[in-house]
Design a protein around this ligand. Structure first.
Ligand code: CMC
Length: 442
């Protein structure tokens, strides 16, 4: 049995009352484990055994519903109050006053840049937007109608073969070069994937343009000598990149951290993030929203659709969130950006359907009692569609913005002395000690 002294060993700064007393009713023994930052260390439970040679107690937490896997100073979320902050700065202020590249700097460096730091950072990122011609050729080898997210996933991973030095993840200088490359080249890979899927020639980056403006140029440019992005679209896209830049330990970020914990190069780790974002429950929800709005088609069909949701036959896509149980602060900002974009592109009639759905749902007991509110994806699909993007591009756009967050979290993980290779335990449920049966005897 652990004594108090043993149990609190290594828990510097924990006062006597910040402990949890556990009685194991199998043995009658009592243990005291420290509580720090509202958590107990799962490894503390290993001392709880029936026999000395037991492995010790474990926690079972599929989908990490109540497990903190790291300490992080990147993003703060208070889901009950609808608060999202990057490095302590509220998302509302960043979306209104900052730019994506400044936010990327903030996430990666942990502080807002001075003017000269921002100029240098912007210069570095802008100068690295081109990709090796072999990457372009490699991408041209995909099937004519390849899903752009699948192409982005493969191209991100393939970059590790172009920068083999990136495997030196403990070398700060080398690491930084890959950080700049990843942020700079992601829009290029994303745009090449789009142009490929559309059967159009790839467009090289235009380094005279802003981060979002250059992306629009690589997407839309045809025969004109120079593409001039509409500043309102450029701004709306930049805001979307900011809103998607980070969201603490979500599925794709956990994937980046988990794969990165093997000390693989950052391209391979970020490719794991792209793969996670490819899934419909993560980066694909805005596509599902758009399909749902199209299916509803008209405001007059909204009440019967809502009835279908309440009776469990439908799901109101773009509503609800694992973390936000009050409102998703990003949804409010996106709603404003929708108006900005529609000023340029003309109003999408599906906006009326979305607005009516939101109005009815926010007043309905079913949604109120389950704390279901619009999330970031409820309106983002409408913007992407107004920008002329096919639904397959939605997660690709998400990935461009999220790259800065993935990298900031990866850098934090690499420098965290508490982190080791991620290696969960399991509860084994299969057979044991079976005798091999030759094939003709089965
Ligand atoms: N429409 C109707 N009912 C819902 C919805 C919805 N969108 N979301 C949750 N519920 C109900 C659910 O049926 C359950 O009801 P009951 O208690 O009667 O069984 C209750 O609300 C709790 O739901 P849950 O599934 O336990 O909640 P969760 O935290 O596991 O799921 C979610 C979160 C986002 C997966 C879910 O709300 C959902 O599927 N929403 C639609 C898809 C979507 O918009 N996803 C984008 C998420 S935001 C993007 C990001 O940050 O990556």
């Amino acid at each position: 049995m652990a004594t108090d002294t043993e149990a609190t060993q290594g828990a510097a700064g924990v006062s006597g009352s910040d402990t949890l007393t556990i009685t194991d009713n199998r043995t009658g023994q009592t243990y005291e484990v420290p509580i720090q930052d509202e958590t107990i260390r799962a490894t503390e439970l290993r001392q709880i055994k029936v026999n000395p040679d037991d492995f010790g107690l474990m926690t079972y937490d599929p989908a990490y519903m109540a497990t903190a896997s790291c300490r992080s100073a990147v993003t703060f979320i208070d889901g009950d109050r609808g608060i999202l902050e990057y490095r302590g700065y509220p998302i509302e202020q960043l979306a209104e006053k900052s730019t994506y590249l400044e936010v990327a700097y903030l996430l990666i460096h942990g502080k807002l840049p001075t003017q000269s730091e921002l100029d240098e950072w912007t210069y570095q990122v802008t100068m690295h937007t081109f990709v090796h011609e072999n990457i372009k050729e490699f991408m041209q080898g995909f099937r004519y109608d390849a899903h752009p997210m699948g192409m982005l996933l493969a191209a991100t991973g393939a970059m590790s073969t172009f920068y083999p030095e990136a495997s030196a993840v403990k070398d700060e200088e080398i690491r930084y070069a890959q950080v700049v490359r990843l942020i700079a080249k992601m829009p290029t890979l994303a745009a090449f994937s789009y142009r490929h899927n559309q059967g159009k020639p790839y467009v090289y980056p235009d380094n005279d343009l802003s981060y979002a403006g250059n992306f629009l140029s690589m997407i839309y440019k045809m025969t004109e000598l120079k593409y001039q992005p509409d500043p309102r679209l450029e701004h709306a896209l930049d805001v979307l990149f900011i809103l998607h830049a980070d969201h603490e330990q979500n599925c794709s970020t956990s994937a980046v951290r988990s794969v990165g914990s093997s000390q693989v190069d950052p391209y391979s780790a970020v490719a794991a993030g792209v793969a996670a974002l490819y899934g419909p429950l993560h980066g694909g929800a805005n596509e599902a929203v758009l399909r749902m709005l199209r299916r509803i088609g008209d405001v007059s069909n909204v009440p019967s659709f809502i009835e279908g949701v309440k009776s469990g036959n439908e799901r109101l896509m773009g509503f609800g969130h694992r973390v936000y149980k009050n409102f998703d602060p990003r949804a409010k900002i996106i709603k404003k950006a929708v108006e900005e974009v529609f000023e340029v592109t003309g109003k999408n009639p599906l906006l009326n359907v979305a607005t009516e759905l939101e109005k009815i749902a926010l007043e309905d007991e079913y949604f109120i009692s389950r704390k279901l509110y619009p999330n970031v994806d409820f309106y983002s699909g409408l913007i992407y569609e107004a920008l002329g993007m096919p639904v397959e591009m939605f997660p690709v756009l998400f990935a461009i913005g999220r790259t800065s967050g993935w990298i900031a979290q990866w850098l934090e993980m690499i420098d965290d002395s508490e982190q080791k290779i991620a290696r969960p335990r399991q509860i084994y449920t299969g057979g044991r000690r079976l005798d091999y049966v030759p094939i003709n005897g089965r």
